[in-house]
Write a protein that binds this ligand. Structure first.
Ligand code: ZN
Length: 363
């Protein structure tokens, strides 16, 4: 259902809701959306004359999901041939991938650029110089990390987030807790790798690496889940199909996260990582970036991921998304910037909204 909002506002009746911050679903509520913002959220909001009422009494309403780690210019289905594509061609792939992902309720993406660096190693002073320069420019630093030592170095230098942190140990987790460093653990990526290993789809180099590390990575995921560290939802989609992106919820729950914390990872906590207090939450003043989930109450995040997966496109934006706020997080000057700009235009067109400017932010 697509709703074009303007005066006098729109009333949404929610059978249940998750506000992006709480430890559990918040029960039935009503939301008044006005001018793209949540104007009221209460058991009974005002009914401005002429305001349409959307009755979602059979559904759970949540903030739009945020995936903090995607590669919009990489199409997992064609990775090997894509190496030969021009930058422009790659950029054109992005809107389609993002558009598909929108159908799973992901309304904000942080794009990490064209490729993962193959475990680049930095000297401490190099990493420090990088983080210091970024801090002076007011830019957050996201560091791809694997080994525990790399995690510790990134935390010590003031990185805002550790991406992957595949082999993080207890000491590094404690450091991240103390420093307030976010971890984007991309847990589904490992499940994808293990699956690919079993199906013989990996190169011998990667297969050897996964065989060597898989058990330790899964153990590290359990440690992360058992900690108090700030966990943000990120998938590495692009390296594998975007249609599997919602399975990160399930991977998180498998590692030991409570479903509410997994939901927070994709809403309130992810918004904290992006430093966007206006998204990832249902609260008065926040952007009306709202999605609904297909079942009423007591649907666990695990079931939700399964539903979305088996439901495929039927859990589509056309039927499930209420409102997309004009929020995009992209890196400046990368092909992804163009991809996201094109994506934004196509989404706004689809929702019948006037085009807006796409703001590029660094990550
Ligand atoms: Zn990545």
């Amino acid at each position: 259902m697509t709703v074009t909002l303007g005066d006098p506002g729109t009333v949404i009746i929610c059978g249940d809701h998750f506000d992006g911050r709480a430890d559990a679903l918040g029960g039935p509520t009503e939301i008044l959306v006005k001018d793209g913002r949540i104007a009221q959220l209460a058991p009974a909001v005002s009914r401005p004359p002429g305001a349409p009422v959307i009755d979602l009494g059979g559904h759970t309403v949540t903030p739009g999901f945020i995936d903090c780690h995607v590669h919009l210019t990489m199409d997992a289905a064609h990775l090997s041939t894509q190496l030969l594509d021009s930058t422009a061609t790659k950029a054109l792939v992005g809107p389609r991938l993002a558009d598909d992902y929108l159908d799973q309720g992901f309304t904000t993406l942080r794009d990490l650029g064209s490729a993962d660096p193959a475990q680049a190693t930095w000297f401490d002073h190099e990493m420090q110089a990088l983080c210091d320069t970024a801090a002076r420019l007011g830019l957050p630093v996201a560091v791809h990390t694997g080994a525990a030592q790399g995690c510790k170095q990134a935390i010590a230098c003031g990185a805002r987030s550790l991406e992957h942190a595949y082999l993080i140990d207890d000491e590094a987790i404690a450091m991240a807790e103390d420093a307030g460093t976010f971890i984007v653990p991309t847990m589904q990526m490992t499940a994808e790798d293990i699956q690919a290993l079993h199906e013989g789809r990996l190169t011998s180099y990667t297969a050897a690496k996964i065989e060597r590390d898989a058990e330790q990575i899964i153990e590290a995921q359990r440690r992360i889940a058992a900690s108090r560290v700030k966990i943000a939802y990120g998938t590495d989609c692009g390296m594998f199909p975007f249609s599997h992106g919602n399975l990160e919820f399930q991977a998180m729950v498998n590692a030991g996260l409570r479903p509410a914390r997994a939901r927070r990872a994709a809403t309130g906590t992810a918004a904290d990582l992006l430093d966007r207090s206006d998204i990832g939450v249902l609260a008065p003043g926040a952007a009306a970036d709202i999605i609904l989930q297909s079942r009423h109450r007591s649907v666990s995040t695990r079931q939700l991921a399964m539903n979305y997966r088996s439901g495929g496109r039927r859990a589509s934006t056309r039927s499930s998304m209420i409102w997309k706020s004009p929020m995009f997080s992209v890196r400046r000057g990368t092909p992804s910037t163009w991809a996201v700009a094109a994506m934004a235009r196509s989404i706004w067109r689809r929702l019948g909204l006037p085009p807006r400017r796409v703001t590029a932010a660094a990550s």
